[in-house]
Design a protein around this ligand. Structure first.
Ligand code: HEC
Length: 165
């Protein structure tokens, strides 16, 4: 007798478990879970639109930056001496902006610096008063006149860019 009752109860509990499981009930949180899920979906959509907006902003920023850099001198057509192009442009950029095709180069921006200050920097690098192995190595074989020519040329960049507009 006892066994029969236990048997019926077991079957009943099993049946209940199976039916709730099939309806996606208790275990998954039932209706509430669905509401939360829907809510989650719409949140996800908002997050996605926000991400797109942010991307647009960043693209705009990039464009503005690029325009600024281009303004600092049209890279392709910027008129520089062959000497500057071959000795300095690889690290400081053809227009001295320190950028090439939107990529930051190794050397700092020279564009807009005063010829006098540039000349002092170059002399100091060469003399080792301003320490930089790269610049020192580069300038070691250049005469003061050549350094002056480079400084004067770079100092002229803004005027050259203006003349190009
Ligand atoms: C291999 C890369 C490289 C090349 C080529 C190069 N430079 Fe530089 N230059 C640098 C780096 C790096 C610095 C930053 C050094 C520092 O401040 O410690 C620098 C700094 C300078 C500075 C000081 C700028 C500042 O604001 O402090 C001047 C001026 C300069 N370079 C001019 C030139 C000239 C002119 C040439 C060509 C004759 C040249 N450089 C070639 C890498 C280079």
């Amino acid at each position: 007798m006892k066994n029969i009752i236990v048997g019926i109860l077991t079957v009943g509990v099993l049946a209940l478990m199976i039916s709730t499981f099939m309806r996606g009930g208790a275990f998954q949180g039932g209706e509430h879970a669905k509401v939360i899920e829907d809510f989650g979906d719409s949140m996800g959509e908002n997050a996605a639109t926000a991400a797109v907006d942010e991307k647009d902003d960043r693209a705009k920023e990039e464009e503005q930056l690029k325009a600024l850099r281009d303004k600092a001198g049209n890279v392709g057509a910027f008129p520089v001496s062959q000497a500057y192009k071959s000795k300095c442009a690889s690290c400081h950029g053809v227009n001295g902006s320190g950028f090439q095709n939107g990529k930051k180069l190794m050397g700092p921006k020279l564009y807009g610096q005063d010829a006098e200050k540039l000349y002092t920097d170059l002399i100091d690098f060469k003399a080792g008063r301003k320490e930089n192995m790269i610049m020192k190595g580069l300038l070691i074989n250049l005469s003061q006149e050549e350094l002056k020519t480079f400084a004067d040329e770079i100092g002229e960049f803004p005027a050259r860019a203006k003349a190009q507009e």
